[in-house]
Design a protein. Structure first.
Length: 329
C-alpha cells in the first residue's frame, strides 16, 4: 500500500500538463536536422527524455568536415560532433574538447579535435555507424546539388552560404540514396518527431529527400510531428522567406505533408528596414493559424541573448507543452 501511495504522490509532483512531468517516462523523441539548430534543440530536450534519436544530415562539405570527407572518404562528422556534445550532461567540457581547432600551420591545421576523433573511430571500427550513437540519415557519401533562381546550379553544401543568391531547390548528386535503417526505425518508433530548426536547404531538406526517411515519417500515424520554424531568415538561403515560404518549399520537395504542426516564434527582436534583401537577417513570425493544412503554434521561444536563434530551454518546454496538450502521453 505504501508503495502505491508513494507512486501516486511522485506522479503528482508536477501538474499532468507540465512538461517536467514527462521526466523519467519513456517518451521517444526523434529529431531531424543538423547544424546549430539541431544541437540547440537537443540541449533542451535532453532534460525531458533519455530516449532521443538525433537523425542528422551528412551532406556538409565545408572547412574541416569537407577536407576530412575528401581525404578519408567518410561521412560528414561536423554536425554529428555538435549533437554528441549537446546530448552530453557535461556539455561545456565535451564542447571545449570537441571544438578545439588546431592552428592552421600545425600538423592537423584547421581541423577540430572532434572531427579527427570521429574520423579515427570510423577507421578503427570500419564503419561510421559503429563509431557513433547519433544517427546519420544515410551511410552513403553524398553531396548536395543546388539549383538557383537564376538557372545556374552548383554541387556542394558550402555554396549555400558562399553564394549570395537564392536557391530554388536541391537534390543529391546521385540517384537512389538509401536511408540508414536505424534512422528509419527511430522515426517509426517515435512518439514525438521534431523537424528542424536549422538551415532549410542545408540541414532540413537533405534528410527529407531520402525516400525511406519520408516514408517513415508518413507511416508513423501515432507520433506528433512538428516542424520548428527558424526564428530568423538566413543571409543567403532564406533571406526574404516567410514562415509560409519555409513550409511551402518543404512540401514542394517532399510532395507529401510530412508534419501536422509548426511551432513558430512569436516575438520579434531584430528586424531591419531592408528585410527582403539578400544578405539581411531578420526575425520572422506569422499571424496565420493554419498554413497548407498545418496547425501553427505560436510561442516565445527566441533567445534574448542571441535573437537569431531559439532559446534551447524555452523551445524544449514549448514542444513538450504541445505534446501534452495534444494528449500523446
Amino acid at each position: 500500500m505504501k508503495q502505491l501511495v508513494r507512486k501516486w504522490w511522485l506522479g503528482l509532483k508536477y501538474a499532468p500538463n507540465d512538461p517536467r512531468a514527462m521526466i523519467g517516462r519513456t517518451i521517444k523523441i526523434a529529431t531531424i536536422g543538423g547544424g546549430t539548430g539541431m544541437s540547440n534543440l537537443l540541449r533542451g530536450l535532453r532534460h525531458y527524455s533519455d530516449n532521443i534519436s538525433a537523425i542528422v544530415t551528412v551532406a556538409d562539405n565545408g572547412t574541416s568536415t569537407g577536407k576530412l570527407r575528401k581525404e578519408f572518404d567518410i561521412l560528414a562528422p561536423g554536425d554529428i560532433r555538435k549533437c554528441i556534445a549537446a546530448l552530453s550532461y557535461n556539455e561545456d567540457l565535451i564542447k571545449k574538447i570537441f571544438e578545439y581547432r588546431f592552428e592552421k600551420e600545425k600538423l592537423f591545421g584547421g581541423h577540430t579535435l572532434g572531427n579527427i576523433w570521429l574520423t579515427a573511430l570510423t577507421n578503427y571500427f570500419g564503419s561510421f555507424d559503429k563509431a557513433i550513437k547519433v544517427l546519420p540519415a544515410t551511410l552513403e557519401n553524398v553531396d548536395l546539388k543546388i539549383f538557383y533562381e537564376d538557372g545556374t546550379s552548383m554541387v556542394g553544401e558550402y555554396h549555400l552560404d558562399e553564394e549570395l543568391k537564392q536557391p530554388k531547390k536541391i537534390s543529391f548528386n546521385k540517384n537512389d540514396v538509401s536511408a540508414y535503417p536505424k534512422a528509419t526505425e527511430a522515426l517509426v518508433d517515435a512518439d514525438l518527431i521534431v523537424i528542424g530548426p536549422g538551415s532549410l536547404f542545408g540541414s532540413v531538406l537533405p534528410n527529407l529527400l531520402i525516400p525511406e526517411i519520408k516514408g517513415a515519417l508518413i507511416s508513423n500515424k501515432w507520433a506528433m510531428k512538428v516542424y520548428v520554424a527558424n526564428c530568423s531568415t538566413e543571409r543567403t538561403q532564406t533571406a526574404h522567406f516567410s514562415v509560409e515560404d519555409h513550409i511551402r518549399v518543404i512540401f514542394e520537395h517532399t510532395k507529401e505533408k510530412v508534419f501536422d504542426y509548426c511551432l513558430v516564434n512569436k516575438k520579434i527582436i531584430r528586424q531591419s528596414k531592408r528585410r527582403k534583401e539578400l544578405g539581411e537577417i531578420n526575425n520572422i513570425t506569422t499571424d496565420k493559424k493554419v498554413i497548407d493544412g498545418v496547425e501553427v503554434v505560436l510561442d516565445d521561444v527566441i533567445s534574448e541573448e542571441n535573437p537569431l536563434f531559439h532559446d534551447s530551454a524555452k523551445l524544449a518546454k514549448a514542444l513538450l507543452d504541445l505534446y501534452n496538450r495534444v494528449g500523446r502521453s
